[in-house]
Ligand binder design. Sequence first.
Ligand code: PLP
Length: 950
Amino acid sequence: MTPAPVDPTDFRDRHIGPDQHETSALLAPSGVETLEELADAVVPASIRPAGSGHGLSLPEPATEAQTLAELRAFADRNTVLASMIGMGYHDTVTPLVIQRNILQNPAWYTAYTPYQPEISQGRLEALLNFQTAVADLTALDIANASMLDEATAAAEAMTLARRTSRSKSPRFVVDADTLPQTLAVLRTRAVPLGIELLVADLDDGLPVGDCFGVLLSYPGASGAVRDHTDLVAAAHERDAKVIAATDLLALTLLRPPGEIGVDIAVGSSQRFGVPMGFGGPHAAFMAVRSELQRQLPGRLVGVSRDADGAAAFRLALQTREQHIRREKATSNICTAQVLLAVMASMYAVYHGPSGLTAIAEKVHLDAVLLAGALRERGVTVVHDSFFDTVRVEVPGRAGAIAAAARAHGVNLWRDGDDHLQISVAEATTAEQIAVVLRAFDVAAPARDELRFAGDGVLPAALQRTTEFLTHPVFNTHHSETNMLRYIRRLSDMDLALDRTMIPLGSCTMKLNATAEMEAVTWPEFAGLHPYAPAEDAAGLVDLIGQLERWLCDITGYDSVSLQPNAGSQGEFAGLLAISAYHASRGEGHRDICLIPASAHGTNAASAVMAGMKVVVVGTDDDGNIDLDDLHAKIAVHADALAAIMVTYPSTHGVYEETITDIADSVHAAGGQVYVDGANLNALVGLARPGTFGGDVSHLNLHKTFCIPHGGGGPGVGPVAVRAHLAPFLPSDPLGERGAVGPVSAARYGSASILPISWAYIRMMGGDGLRRATLTAVASANYVASRLRDHYPVLYTGHGGFVAHECILDLRGITTRTGVTVDDVAKRLADYGFHAPTMSFPVAGTLMVEPTESEDLAEIDRFVDAMIAIRGEIERVANGGWPVTDNPLRGAPHTAASLVGDWDHPYSRSEAVFPAGVTPAHKYFPPVRRIDGAFGDRNLVCSCPPIESYQ
Ligand SMILES: *Cc1c(COP(=O)(O)O)cnc(C)c1O
């Protein structure tokens, strides 16, 4: 066969791993010759649009060079002024050693959530540093490994307080001096849970009456630093939990919340070296007293030990999480903000306690000098005590002054006609401060005239006196050489997509192309403050609009909101839209949400947050929704039916034939159909949920649309709806509140990573996207057919095919041989692979999703490893190795485990160089198998003392 002509500039052939010949080989076991024949064989006619082809009206695909030129044109239409806006977002300086070696480094950004801890020790250590930094700075006992943003962190704290407070009051008191976006998101979250928000000026103490919690802002949104000690005591007297929304940089100088009795601290770590990015992504944080630790939402890294007794890290207390507890989970958070938490932690490692304090002092003193100069010339400075933000009263002149500063390149925060706020950040320069002073008609004093007299303006009682970041990790890596090596050392411990395929079912670990990533760090996108005047972001907003239209085209929906910053948040937004729609029609009593037993745990957790009651629908022997049970449940709940949430293709990787019937039945009973679109990689260009029965879906741009997983975030979970739900999409946190409030702090959520998905669609075009989808389906079917004789493939659909992933059923093997899915998953690390998804959606199985980006050789390498492992299992089965001592149970094997005595019935070479593993390319996991339960019993969630490593 003559090879097809190759166009080296065609991105589609870079994104899609298999070439034409390899594609034929992938298709062969399915008994079809072309991808289109596969489409006919696999995808049920009922969901396919009439006519042939993708039917998308996307532009023709662009090359990488054209795409970057178009992105450049969008960027050039943005204007990045110096930001002294503050309000929760600060102009920070990202150390370049962190930007290049983490944010721009695929070893970090292409990693998956550390559910396989033995191959994730690097990012787990970085996250433990993050937790330690947050716990130290807030002076609370334990912090989690990141929250989605400050506003949602505050909302999660509110529900944590409700779960743990002894007060049965439905009321939650919020400091009036709280960031407006936080207030707006708290409102959205409070309504469906029946929580009464009381926003109160707390200067005169707590309002009368009971409450289950109080949120204090420290410092306040106006910049004011208040002594909340008495309020905390008063709240505790009423059995309320106290939450402080706070600022990590300020806490280097301020008395920390834990020392004034606060129970929970939340905030954003953005100003620790993470660009503002027009609103996100950034890592927020939550820290609590130890008695609340088992109620913490989100992921928590803890220290445990491995099979050789060495200290090792893994995710702790996973029994709190939605994937285990579903509607009883502590929250619906799944994807969080790992990459950004890693960046913030590295910023703390690089600067250390004295560096951070120096940055905070510079910020504080500049603010003090600015306030002093203004005051001296008669401008009213509102607060006597502040950290970085100066609020001034300028009756009638706010607009003119802000405009004057803007004319010289500085954006300020304007609050009506009479007030302005000027927030000093790490990146603020003396020139920018001079611009501000001139805008007030205050002659800028010469820099050397500005001298700071005294200790700043923080009252003695509020000054920090305790140490923080005393652990050696924060006091060692301060030269760039050391920092570079530390970052490299950690990433070398981990397996990410830059070393191996990551065949994780339901997670779609596909290529995150360099061209897609390129624009993320461009200052025109990264440097924008979310509250900068609209014209500053004209280019990015247009790009976002285009991406919204493309996603509508791809999904068949009419409107989309990019605000949700993870799939879980998209689910919540979608369910709120459904509730609000019912309420708008006088059917607000509809509150039952049907969810199949096989659903992702976030579904049930989100339904509860949206105020719905979960009713589980059974699945039949083929894993499909049990239609009899569905009809029975619909009949019982018809009057109260709000929605069904179905994942399509199903969580077990099959195109269910009955989806249109299911949708019809639910609609007939007055319910809405929520199609969980996290598996859209099996639909793009083939079928559209918005036309085959869905009313609303969320998508995961960090799965299907190439935003890298970042080790567990960031993500974007757009919510897409048909026209009747469009009025119920999330509102702008700072704008007019619509029928449904905002679900995240910034209008466009994680705006600065949207160019990634834009670039992917731009370079693929309609044909390319369809080919990607079908290649992913072909690869999954190839894996299923090659492995079928070795491991039973659990479910198949139409014609015996799977969709984009397949489930390998190990339960029979485990019963017969004692070898478990865990053994197989850990043994894959010895072969240099990341394990497939374990025990989801069915316990005791592995779910494999190869994606379109892996070529035939890599897929074969994985399949061969699985077959070799099957051979090892056989050897255990026939008594060749005892079940308690064999290469599977001993996996993974470290380099250290090879030296010294060796008293296993298998050889060292069998341990670490099994079939297909070449010594020259060997990956050694840094730890042996980790005992998770030990760590949960002996919970340690901050950096362990250095001696414990010896
Ligand atoms: C990944 C996934 C989700 C959750 O998405 P996050 O971004 O992690 O919150 C929900 N449903 C399904 C089926 C998924 O695979």
